[in-house]
Design a protein around this ligand. Sequence first.
Ligand SMILES: [Zn+2]
Length: 206
Amino acid sequence: MEMRLKHGLRPRPAIGLGGVASEPVAPVKPAASRPSVMQAPVLVLNATFEPINVTAVRRALVLMLKGVAQAEETNHTEVHSTQKAIQVPSVIRLLSYRHIPQQSRALSRKNILLRDRNTCQFCARAFPASELTLDHVLPRSRGGRSTWENLVACCYTCNNRKGDRTPEEAGIKLQRRPRPFTLHTSRQLMRLIGHRDEKWRKYLFY
Ligand SMILES: [Zn+2]
């Protein structure tokens, strides 16, 4: 369901910015009341210009209005807060450095599908999230645990075919060894998304 968004990432920061999420802030309304403007992806840089996340315009504006971040790149649209017009950011930078833990993403169905890009890790075909399940590579009945390294996105056909067996026993091949969803993975995703926005490139291709 996350992948239904045009740019492929759910526009909520999953890493690093959780601490400021709950504070109340005056709502920001887009001038042209187009919800897509507020949901467009914004690249978030750490204070050191290191890319750390992708968020939505709406959230980026909240961070800017709070003085937590400033715009480094804008697109040519304006939105109006209570008093002033603001250029819609394309890239923002946090004003104070945040330590980003290497494995800060929660292990969840959503994040496993995101890591595996909604692609069955056995037949390598992409599916809508609703047509994917999670497979324990080493079955739970054999002591396989629910970890980043043992859970993969799997289509129902492959899941049925594999059953309660290891990939070797079932004669199907795992496309690649599953890994934790780290900042490295996030950067790969940001690079993919970055192809859509020229202004992101100088921050991503370094
Ligand atoms: Zn499959």
